[in-house]
Ligand binder design. Structure first.
Ligand code: AMP
Length: 284
């Protein structure tokens, strides 16, 4: 596996493969790899001729400077893990390479970027995400890009951007990988103390309670949300949001029908965690 730091080197490195018609798979990440990241890379390895992973902790998507400063980093370990699953190229640019002075352009995706994380982290978050992913799409020019369902709203924002801006690629969304007790894997989990690690189970418990309520026939959105919040409260956690929205467009839906997204965010011991579940609501 090759680690590449500049856009020019990445482009010239992919040139021959592209001309030969290779299918290029791309996994954008912020590093500190866990099984969730590796599952995306393995899928890309299975489906593509060349696999490129980017590692860039994108400052423009952080609304909280202390979160950016505390974001875990270990490039050497990441490179070994990526190589272990057969990645061909790790693109690890520095900030100056991605944002030269006087950068003045940003990508704004309206609609799906606005609720949930858009409220909690502000409009700058998904503007930062969409802009860096658009740049990375233009730099790598993949045939397929892989994202995790763990960041459900991000996947919707990227799909919408790819469609609206005519990026000639497929966006694939892969299932959330969890710890054995249900906690969604996240680079931020290493920052949880032992107590916070236990409390962090509240997110999945809340999602499970809401999902169970729907399975038992509850169709009132507010009651479903309350069931989720109550399950979290039992572990002493109050979510930043616990919301049920349409899965396709993140619009309000009540009574519940079709595919719904149950989404939750919570601060646990100073660490911000998110999780979600998709539920197909059957006519009752
Ligand atoms: P990040 O490094 O957190 O920006 O994540 C890079 C990619 O990995 C994103 O597409 C995430 O949605 C995905 N990802 C992160 N955690 C998980 C997980 N637990 N399961 C599946 N995909 C994940």
């Amino acid at each position: 596996m090759k680690t590449v730091r500049t856009i020019a080197e990445l482009r010239s490195g992919l040139d021959a493969a592209r001309r030969a018609g290779a299918r290029i798979g791309f996994v954008p990440t912020m590093g500190f790899f866990h099984e969730g990241h590796l599952s995306l890379m393995r899928r890309a390895r299975n489906e593509c001729d060349v696999v490129v992973v980017s590692l860039f902790v994108n400052p423009t998507q952080f609304n909280d400077p202390s979160d950016l400063a505390a974001y875990p980093r270990d490039e050497r370990r990441d490179a070994a893990r990526a190589e272990g699953v057969g990645v061909d190229c790790l693109f690890a640019p520095n900030e100056a390479e991605m944002y030269p002075p006087a950068t003045a352009t940003a990508v704004v995706v309206s609609g799906v970027s606005e609720p949930l994380e858009g409220v909690s982290r502000g409009p700058g978050h998904f503007r930062g995400v969409a802009t860096v992913v658009a740049k990375l799409f233009n730099i790598v020019q993949p045939g397929v890009a892989y994202f995790g369902q763990k960041d459900a709203q991000q996947a919707l924002v990227i799909r919408r951007m790819a469609r609206d801006l005519d990026f000639p690629l497929l966006v694939e969304v892969c299932p959330t990988v969890r710890e054995p007790d249900g906690l969604a894997m996240s680079s931020r989990n290493v920052r949880l103390s032992a107590d916070a690690r236990q409390q962090a189970l509240a997110l999945k418990r809340g999602l499970d309670a809401a999902t169970a309520a729907v399975a038992a026939g509850e169709r009132d959105r507010d009651r479903v949300e309350r069931r989720g919040r109550d399950a979290m409260a039992a572990l002493g956690v109050e979510p930043e949001y616990f919301a049920v929205l349409s899965a396709a467009g993140l619009t309000p839906v009540n009574p519940l029908a079709g595919e719904i997204l149950v989404a939750v965010a919570a601060h646990i011991g100073g660490v911000r965690l998110i999780d979600n579940a998709i539920v197909a609501v059957t006519a009752s």
